[in-house]
Design a binder for this molecule. Structure first.
Ligand code: FES
Length: 178
């Protein structure tokens, strides 16, 4: 039998336009396909986050019940891996690098500037749902430190006074989409 990767199915889901009931139906359908597979817990959480965008309590409880796992165990995995988010994420995730090279070249100052400009702390999302702020410990571009990554864009040798301009470029991108 041809094996269809459940994660591929989840990625094809046009879930953002669906109701919670439809999302739970989709998640249940996918989990039933491979709940007994090795490593199914992490894969299940990946699928759940793909469908819901994040992992609220109700989704964690649903995954636990479908996999016959204790809620505390599922919660533990969801909070252990930084990939998983327990809260809604912004359209853009800003990652300020605080690895050694970036730190010594002003990464901390960049972080403070981003926090000030957006009015949020690490791990938070702006009320308009546009930005989520995170820190990372090296993205492999040390020669170009300090680095700020916004979704798939890596901004190199960033200076503190460039932060407003960088943030504004994404706001403009959203305005142009509307
Ligand atoms: S320390 Fe920032 S890219 Fe390596």
């Amino acid at each position: 039998m041809h094996y269809i990767n459940p994660i591929t199915i989840a990625k094809q889901c046009t879930c953002q336009n669906q109701t919670d009931i439809e999302k739970f139906e989709k998640l249940g359908e996918i989990l039933s396909m491979y709940k007994d597979e090795p490593g199914s817990l992490i894969n299940s959480l990946y699928v759940a986050q793909t469908i819901f965008g994040y992992l609220p309590d109700k989704v964690i409880k649903f995954v636990a019940s479908r996999l016959n796992e204790p809620v505390i165990k599922v919660f533990g995995v969801a909070t252990f891996y930084s990939y998983f988010s327990r809260f809604p994420r912004g359209k853009y995730t800003i990652k300020v690098c605080l690895g050694t090279a970036c730190y010594v070249r002003g990464g901390k100052t960049l972080l403070e500037k981003v926090k000030k400009e957006l009015g949020i702390s690490i791990g938070e999302t702006t009320p308009d749902g546009l930005y989520t702020l995170e820190i990372v410990r090296c993205v492999g571009a040390c020669a170009l430190a300090p680095v700020v990554v916004v979704n798939n864009d890596t901004h190199r040798r960033v200076k503190s006074n460039q932060i407003p301009e960088i943030l504004q470029s994404y706001i403009s991108e959203v305005s142009n989409e509307n």
